[in-house]
Design a protein around this ligand. Sequence first.
Ligand code: PEP
Length: 255
Amino acid sequence: MRVPFIAGNWKMNTTATEAEKLVLEMLDKLDRAKGVEKLLCPPFISLVAVNMMLQNSSIKLGAQNMYFETEGAFTGEISPIMLCGLCEFVILGHSERRGYFGETDEIVHKKVKAALTSKLRPILCVGERLAENEAGKTEDAISKQVTGALQGIEPISNLVVAYEPVWAIGTGKAASHEQAAATIQFIRDVLVKLWNRSVAQNVRILYGGSVNSKNIAEFASRPEIDGALVGGASLKSEEFISIVEQTAEIKGRAK
Ligand code: PEP
C-alpha cells in the first residue's frame, strides 16, 4: 500500500516572518488530515523555525534543493549533512533547478546519491519540456531523466518521484489526469526495468504542475497517481488544506 503524499514547494517565496505565519494558518487542519503524508518545503532560511513549529505534528519538513558535497569551499550552497536531522525530505532535480541553474542528470544523480547517504529522502522531479511533449518525445525525455538520476543506485522504495511536465509548472495549464496517469505508469515501468517490480510498486509517484483545489480530485482519483507536488497553491493556506483534505478523502474511499 502506498500512502498518499501531498508536498508543498514554496519555492523562493515567503520571508521568515511570512513563512511562520503560513505554517500557523495551516498547522491544525493539516495535522488533523489522516491517511495522507503531508510535507512542507519552505526556503532554507525558514527550515529551522518551521522544524520547531512542526514538532509534535504529523506534518513533515523538506528542503527544496541541496548540494552533493558534504562540506567545503562551495559558497552559498547547503549540504546534506546540514539538512539531515532538520528535515526528512529534499526535492531534487526540480525543473527550475534544471532550467535556470543548469542542473544536468549527472548532477541530479550525485545529489540523489548524497541525499541517500545522509539518510535524506529524495523527491526526484522529472518532466518533459513543451517541445518534447509536442514532438511525441515525452517518454524518451522521462526515461533519460529517471535512468540518469537513478542508474547505479541501490533499489530504494522510500524514494518519491514527482512527474512535473515543465509546460504545466506555474502556467495554470495542468496536464489532464489521463496524460499524467499514463506518464506516471510509464515511470513505474522504467523503475521496474531499472530495479525490480516489488520496489517499483512501492515507490510513490506524484503529479505536479498547476495543481489546485479545483483539479486535485481528478488526479487523486487515479490509482496510478499517489498524490501531488504543489507549488503556487501551497502558498495559500485554504487551497493547500483543501488539496490535502480532498486527497485524504478520495484515496481513503478507494482503499
Ligand atoms: C512545483 O513547483 O513543483 C509546481 C508544480 O508548481 P505549480 O504548482 O505552481 O505549478
